[in-house]
Design a protein around this ligand. Structure first.
Ligand code: GLA
Length: 400
């Protein structure tokens, strides 16, 4: 009797308010997703090769963990029992065996679903099948669900995502829940107790500053995603992050642009989900994606999203408070051409507009570690004078 009562008291908050699995993403999730490069052209061999590359090329060691199969993995229809069926031409061994393979490498596996009747790629959606699908995913050993928002007319986003959250929770398997409704319903206001991260924009495009207009929708270049929303950084933090979309590092931009893209995602405490073909990535791309000093800024335990401190002509200055009263400071040249940069630290004070962090460089001196050269480079006591190449960044970690 006493035991039943204790169990009841334990589950009461869940029954009354619902729950997501806690502490699945105390820092932004890191991984790889099939969509940006492969779209519908996915299969078991690709996923296995990506898992192998995680281990062989240092991604696992750098902190990447999730290998996420995006849209187009299933048959076009459910089976007679209403179950989703992996396409046997693409995944002949089935998802359980594939999950086992990924797990055997010490990695985790993710899959894609959709809150609507059909996915964005026109495969069966989970509307009305949430419990069935969550159980199936859990039975395969899935660790991460990206849950999309196509074909959802008439649905309330908060309710729809809550239904799937509860279905996942009921399986008893900890599954990261990635909300993907493109920021249309302001998930930063309601999703903290539903998912571990939520997309804030439409889909990213493989360019630094462009917009790709498809008529009824648009894809957004890196900097367009960065500027998509205002005043939402205060909602992002451990276990509930603003998600700036899968990265386009290594899918066609220049090396400087790749570096800047990776830097700004790290500064913004966005999930670091690679979107390139990591099996064939060139050495500069691998070096960018596995830079441990940049990653440690992204993975800082405070989980605070950077804010833009100021513009100096075409150079943007982004700052991110870090644990132990350290800071990350990033200078980003928005122009395609090189610019001269001069920054007298002692004339600057950083005041975080949303969280309680501030520093006055005329009163407090820091050592500068240059993240992309991997070297200590003086202090904030000296004026910074340098040239910044087009679409490139200069990033410092400031410490005492
Ligand atoms: C939407 C999502 C993308 C991708 C595609 C798949 O557009 O935003 O990230 O998952 O669907 O169809």
């Amino acid at each position: 009797m006493k035991k039943t009562l204790i169990t009841l008291i334990f589950f009461l908050p869940v029954l009354l308010f619902g729950q997501k699995f806690p502490n699945l993403a105390s820092t932004p999730p890191m991984g790889w997703n099939s969509w940006n490069t492969f779209k519908t052209n996915i299969n078991e061999k690709l996923i296995e090769d990506v898992a192998d590359a995680f281990v062989k090329d240092g991604y696992k060691e750098a902190g990447y963990k999730y290998i996420i199969i995006d849209d187009c993995w299933s048959m076009k229809q459910r089976d007679a029992e209403g179950n989703l069926v992996p396409d046997p031409a693409k995944f002949p061994g089935g998802m359980k065996a594939l999950a086992d393979y990924v797990h055997s490498k010490g990695l985790k596996i993710g899959i894609y679903g959709c809150a609507g009747t059909r996915t964005c790629g026109d495969y069966p959606g989970s509307k009305g099948y949430e419990i069935k699908d969550a159980k199936l995913f859990a039975s395969w050993g899935i660790d991460y669900l990206k849950y999309d928002w196509c074909n959802t007319s008439g649905l309330n986003a908060e309710k729809a995502y809550t239904i799937m959250r509860d279905a996942l929770y009921a399986t008893g398997r900890p599954i990261v829940f990635g909300i993907c409704e493109w920021g249309d319903n302001q998930p930063w206001l309601w999703a903290k107790n539903i998912g571990q991260l939520w997309r804030i924009s439409g889909d990213i495009a493989p360019c630094f500053d462009c917009v790709v207009d498809h008529g009824s929708y648009k894809d957004w270049g890196v900097m367009k995603v960065v500027y998509m929303r205002k005043d939402i950084r205060k909602y992002s933090g451990p276990d509930g992050f603003n998600d700036f979309d899968m990265m386009e590092v290594g899918t066609g931009m220049t090396e400087n642009e790749n570096r800047s893209h990776f830097t700004i995602w790290s500064m913004l405490a966005s999930a670091l989900i690679m979107g390139n073909d990591i099996r064939t990535a060139d050495p500069p791309t691998v070096a960018i994606l596995t830079n441990k000093d940049m990653i440690s800024i992204n993975q800082d335990p405070l989980g605070i999203q950077a804010f833009k401190y100021k513009d100096i002509d075409s150079t943007e200055v982004w700052v991110k408070p870090l644990k132990n009263k350290e800071w990350a400071v990033c200078f980003l040249n928005r122009k395609r051409v090189p610019v001269a940069l001069e920054f007298n630290w002692s004339e600057n004070k950083l005041i975080d507009p949303d969280f309680d962090f501030k520093v006055d460089f005329s009163k407090e001196k820091f050592n500068l570690f240059s993240v992309w050269t991997g070297k200590q480079t003086g202090t904030t006591g000296e004026t910074l004078k340098t040239k910044l190449e087009g679409h490139n960044v200069l990033v410092f970690r400031l410490s005492h």
